[in-house]
Design a protein around this ligand. Structure first.
Ligand code: CA
Length: 226
């Protein structure tokens, strides 16, 4: 079945361009010119990914980002933020609020398509369902894409899950920020080192009492260890 990509963007030309390119790559695309119509749609249907412009006429894109992440049914939807500003702060803010990636305007449609594919790939379920237990509190179910701390389910974004997965499958190994970015993005890697730190910080916050398992090796990177 074709994956459904929602694009929320008040410039019809951009919606059209993105729709053409994503459709060519085998996606179904639905465009929304404002936040309200997108929310209305979300109540009925879950897209596989959202491309979200930050500057919308009615609702701030960052607020939409926050709302999606806060609501249980929606929280796992991957989000790629479109930002007109090239300032790093804006991108970081998008990631802070739970976006999986960002693309700066003006962008080449090809780049966006590559990002969409990369984020969806990260989100795809693993072939081999496997559970990893770390310490006595943390359980990562790679098949179900679930993380539990003390039996309580933790909601992670696709990116946070992938980072945890990487660290967990090679317990005790130190991964540099660069390695982590490679794992997340492969050839499409164009993000900055600090991105990893932001995701790790979120991951730690969400892991609560199991947060200590993620260790920062100063000047090198991160590892997961009891
Ligand atoms: Ca806009």
């Amino acid at each position: 079945m074709k994956k459904l990509i929602a694009i929320v963007e008040d410039e019809p030309d951009i919606i059209e361009l993105v729709t053409i390119h994503l459709s060519k790559s085998g996606f179904t695309v639905k465009g929304f010119l404002n936040g309200k119509s997108f929310y209305k749609f979300l109540e009925k249907k879950m897209p596989d990914l959202v491309v979200l412009d930050l500057m919308l006429p009615d609702i701030d894109g960052l607020d939409i980002c926050k709302t999606i992440r806060r609501k249980d049914e929606w929280s796992s939807i991957p989000i790629i933020v479109l930002t007109a500003k090239s300032e790093e702060t804006d991108k970081i803010l998008g990631l802070e609020l739970g976006a999986d990636d960002y693309v700066t305007k003006p962008f080449a449609p090809k780049e966006l398509v590559a990002r969409v594919k990369a984020v969806l790939r990260r989100h795809a379920p693993m072939k081999e369902a496997k559970k990893i237990e770390i310490g006595d509190a943390l359980v990562i179910d790679l098949g179900k894409y679930e993380v539990n701390v003390d039996g309580k389910r933790i909601d992670l974004t696709a990116t946070e899950f992938r980072i945890l997965e990487l660290l967990a499958t090679k317990k005790g190994w130190v991964f540099s920020r660069d390695k982590i970015l490679d794992f997340l993005w492969g050839e499409e890697k164009a993000v900055i080192d600090r991105t990893v730190d932001v995701h790790i910080r979120h991951l730690r916050e969400k892991l609560g009492k199991a947060a200590f398992l993620i260790k920062n090796i100063r000047g090198v990177g991160y590892k997961l260890e009891e």
